[in-house]
Design a protein around this ligand. Structure first.
Ligand SMILES: Nc1ncnc2c1ncn2[C@@H]1O[C@H](COP(=O)(O)OP(=O)(O)OP(=O)(O)O)[C@@H](O)[C@H]1O
Ligand SMILES: [Mg+2]
Length: 239
């Protein structure tokens, strides 16, 4: 089964009097268990696509199936899709409540989804991304950008998603931590069979993680890349 099956997908935003086409895609499929990369310049529509797939951008047209279910325009996700699809945002400030301590930001999604909350296993998960247990008592503004990003990754993974949408997941991390997080994500995907869609400016990150991908330009698919295509493109581009 395809985890994501887009027959067509268009998103228009208002810009002054005329509509602006942020996304106009056809024929994009991501297989279950696959890591799929979205590459493209700033403003090309990468985050917009992930926001549609996360159920956050609900004004779109086309035909989109996610984990075997058809999405409905202007409808929030219901039922198991709310847990099964998780997104790590480009700006983790946007996803962590500024007035809630990290403990609460991690506990509440589990409780809402009927999963037990066990502080010890949570501390073990934080340790996997190189964070000490004491971050649980802090507020988001008391963490660095890279620490927030890692909290957001723990928060998404702890819900055992079937589809994980990662928007520049390691952009705020230094090279060493970045490699650790990417390896963790890869290992988790291999263990659980979850599907990942990774947005990155950095072709090397995508080539390291992904089986296939597309280059998006001005909301359209410019190029489709298989594993070799990703590697070739990364080799042609210096770090
Ligand atoms: N809510 C919105 N209202 C109007 N225009 C928007 C909105 N969200 C995004 N856009 C526009 O749509 C286009 C695509 O934006 P998007 O955030 O998807 O780009 P991106 O590829 O993620 O870029 P970056 O790499 O900088 O994050 C941009 O021109 C952006 O200005
Ligand atoms: Mg973006």
């Amino acid at each position: 089964m395809n985890a994501v099956d887009i027959g067509s997908l268009a998103v228009n935003f208002k810009r002054g009097a005329s509509p602006f086409s942020a996304l106009d895609l056809e024929d994009l499929r991501v297989e279950e268990g696959e890591c799929f990369g979205l590459i493209g310049g700033s403003g090309s529509g990468k985050s917009t696509l992930l926001r549609v797939l996360a159920g956050l951008q609900r004004d779109w047209s086309g035909g989109v199936r996610l984990l075997g279910r058809s999405l409905e325009v202007k409808r929030a996700f219901t039922g198991s899709l709310r847990r099964e699809v998780q997104m790590v945002f480009q700006d983790p400030y946007a996803s962590l409540h500024p007035l809630h301590r990290i403990r609460r930001s991690l506990r509440e999604p589990r409780q809402i989804n009927g999963l037990p909350f066990d502080e010890r296993s949570l501390i073990a998960s934080l340790d996997q991304v190189g964070l000490p247990g004491e971050v649980l008592d802090r507020f988001p503004h008391q963490l660095s950008g890279g620490q927030r990003q890692r909290v957001a990754i723990v928060r998404a993974l702890q819900l055992q998603p079937k589809l994980l949408l990662l928007d520049e997941p390691t952009s705020a991390l230094d090279m060493t931590v970045q490699a650790e997080i990417l390896n963790l994500l890869q290992a988790r995907r291999q263990d659980t069979g979850m599907t990942m869609i990774v947005v990155s400016h950095d072709i090397h990150t995508v080539a390291h993680l992904c089986d296939r991908g597309v280059v998006i330009k001005q909301g359209r698919i410019e190029q489709r890349l298989d594993r070799n295509g990703l590697i070739e493109r990364a080799d042609g581009q210096a770090w």
